[in-house]
Design a protein around this ligand. Structure first.
Ligand SMILES: Nc1ncnc2c1ncn2[C@@H]1O[C@H](COP(=O)(O)OP(=O)(O)OP(=O)(O)O)[C@@H](O)[C@H]1O
Ligand SMILES: [Mg+2]
Length: 247
């Protein structure tokens, strides 16, 4: 479903991602771990088409090459990225933002019935994430706490139902209940129609989500792949064996 081949990413003169090859089949959940500054966020942002990054190699979703396409087209094909640090956007209401995003992805026409139903769904999804319905009437992330911003990213995932879901530290800054709620939202959405790549530093979320593969990214390369045992090994021993002793 999602095939990355020899992806290289540079910012200015600096090569940050140094040839990553990774294949995600429909239904699979992959976890990406790695020390701070290893390149996890840059990898995710380059896949999404963040401006200012030079890329080479290949990233294909259902056989369609993404690298030459603009970000909005990648999103329309079913790619989604939740941000490590979500942006605040003044003057844009959460409900309008999500409604327009769903419509742009090819949702149903926006007659009144559809809009009312979509709003109900949004409020229900927000409740599943422990968010009061007043959140959907607020401006995007403005004045949201760190954990609330993370929940809002997951709310967008729930509304958009993407094919390829990339989550950049969805669990950082969340309280214990929040982690359970977003894990359950991820589990609810997982299935044969989509695949997940979740970046995380903490195995705690893996108590609730069972990944098929865990990969370690160090210095712009995938240096080890394994199953969930690898995440627990890292929790115990750290990354020094992958970084030549320096962290
Ligand atoms: N625009 C940029 N200009 C210069 N360096 C950059 C730029 N973007 C990223 N980098 C560098 O690339 C490296 C990888 O950064 P990245 O944010 O991808 O790390 P990460 O693995 O997500 O780390 P963390 O676990 O802390 O989130 C870092 O050394 C960072 O400073
Ligand atoms: Mg990061």
């Amino acid at each position: 479903m999602f095939d990355i081949k020899d992806l290289r990413v540079s910012v200015g003169d600096k090569e940050i991602i140094k040839g990553i090859t990774l294949s995600l089949k429909a239904g699979e959940i992959h976890v990406l771990m790695g020390p701070n500054g290893a390149g996890k966020t840059s990898f995710a942002q380059a896949i999404m088409g963040s401006p200012g990054m030079k890329t080479s190699g290949s990233v294909k979703l259902d056989g369609k090459e993404l690298l030459k396409r603009p970000t909005d087209e990648r999103a329309r094909l079913g790619l989604f990225l939740s941000f490590q640090n979500p942006e605040e956007i003044e003057g844009v209401k959460v409900s309008n933002f999500i409604r327009k995003a769903v419509a742009a992805r090819g949702g149903k026409s926006q007659d009144l019935d559809t809009m009312v139903k979509a709003h109900e769904n949004l409020v229900n999804s927000a409740a599943k994430l422990g968010m009061d319905k007043s959140f959907v009437s607020r401006e995007l992330n403005v004045g949201f706490s760190g954990g609330e911003k993370k929940r809002l990213e997951i709310l967008q995932m729930m509304a958009l139902k993407p094919k390829v879901v990339i989550l950049d530290e969805p669990d950082s800054g969340l309280d214990v209940d929040g982690i359970k709620l977003i894990a359950s939202a991820i589990k609810d959405l997982s299935g044969k129609d989509r695949c997940f790549l979740m970046i995380t530093h903490y195995p705690r979320i893996l108590r609730y989500i069972k990944p098929d593969f865990v990969h370690v990214l160090a210095d712009g390369k995938i240096v080890k792949s394994g199953d969930v045992k690898l995440a627990h090994e890292i929790e115990e021993k750290g990354y020094s064996s992958y970084t030549g002793g320096k962290e």
